[in-house]
Design a binder for this molecule. Sequence first.
Ligand SMILES: C[S@@+](CC[C@H](N)C(=O)[O-])C[C@H]1O[C@@H](n2cnc3c(N)ncnc32)[C@H](O)[C@@H]1O
Length: 455
Amino acid sequence: MDYLPLQIDLRGEDCLVVGGGALALRKIELLLKAGAAVSVVARACCDGVRGLAQSGSVQLTERGYRSTDSDGRRLVIAATDDAAINAQIYADGQARAIWVNTVDAPELCSAIFPAIVDRGSVQVSVSTGGRSPTLARIVRGWIEARLPPRLGALADFAAERRERVAAAVPDLGRRRAFWERVINGPAAERLMAGDAARAEGAFEAALAASAGEGTGLVALIGAGPGDPELLTLKGLRLLQEADAVLYDNLVNERILDFARRDAERIYVGKRRRYAGVRQAAINELLAERARAGQRVVRLKGGDPFIFGRGGEEVETLAAQGIDCVVVPGITAALGAASTAGIPLTHRDLAQSVRFVTGHRVNDQVNLDWPELVNPHQTLVVYMGLLGLAEIVEKLIAQGMNPQTPALLVERATLPEQRQIQAPLRDLPAAVEAAEVSGPTLIIIGEVVKLGIAQT
Ligand SMILES: C[S@@+](CC[C@H](N)C(=O)[O-])C[C@H]1O[C@@H](n2cnc3c(N)ncnc32)[C@H](O)[C@@H]1O
């Protein structure tokens, strides 16, 4: 280990920055954030540094550096563009046992600045020991994407309740387990969603049952239309934390790779030998796991609340007092439209868009047909493959122009995506000739003609 990661309390401590350019300014701002008393010595300085001096935030001395400037400092930053002066500052620091950081010169550093992920009370620092600041920045970006924006609030929440919990759960081992459940449980999830009142409620419930049973959580996550990269950051985080993942046939199995290795994966779709686990059984499975204190993820294709029966699952869980969060996903219509290059609304062509299900009940498609015939509206039909001929026939019978551009997108956003475009009247024949299997989505409306490279 070249450097020991250490967090230093610089509040009120005397720190010196030598140099007044943009790089110096960045360090000054960081030091000020940490509450340091900052002095700056520089021959010339940028507007930012001057502004800080004018507002009294830093003490500015406009002249060249002298060795005595380092006397009595806690930390000195060398940020001049003169290598000889920087070397002098480093030597002065060494002679005085003062930490010195020289911008962009690791060989002149007894202290280095890590890349920082700042979530208030929670800080993560990343360092490559000065070897590659770019790599450190990239790693920081990965962590930035992974950590919820309100993570700091969670640390504050825990700190405020620490004593109460210590009194209520005196045994250290049980207390640790309790905090783990809180931090991985509904209270934390509510807090990070900005809902302090429900976070408080969930915390109180957990404390009341301080053994902790019954504080599991179900997250209903929209997995998006297929491409794993279309999963949201929140969905990814919850998936990575899950003890059990229930998924169905529209979920790309590559998304399951994001789950922990030891997480249980339970297929509840209609395909393969499982022949479909009935909705009631899925609801029971979710509730059972959550009651056992597990973090359960229910992964659903697209968005859970668009033709996804997510509403029913939430209702059933809520009725049993089980905490449930819903994470939206990119619904198939949005995925298909964007990969086909079709804007679903357009100032001139479509002022509204309508999502309907073409699912057949008792061998027919029951829709409010007159409502659907509007030349300034885009119509997106989910589950319309089997009923396609009937849908087209009924729309035309209700007055839709048979030449209206129409497109069927198969396996949208996946590498095997196919698109079949034809005037509305000819779409069923074109689709039949192409031997489409699904899942498929049908987009009907003038906007379809704006689409890109159809195959
Ligand atoms: C039960 S619905 C679920 C919809 C999902 N909740 C959503 O928001 O996309 C299933 C239908 O969504 C459509 N669908 C889902 N994924 C698709 C994809 N990758 N490409 C085309 N259509 C898709 C198909 O019409 C499929 O029959």
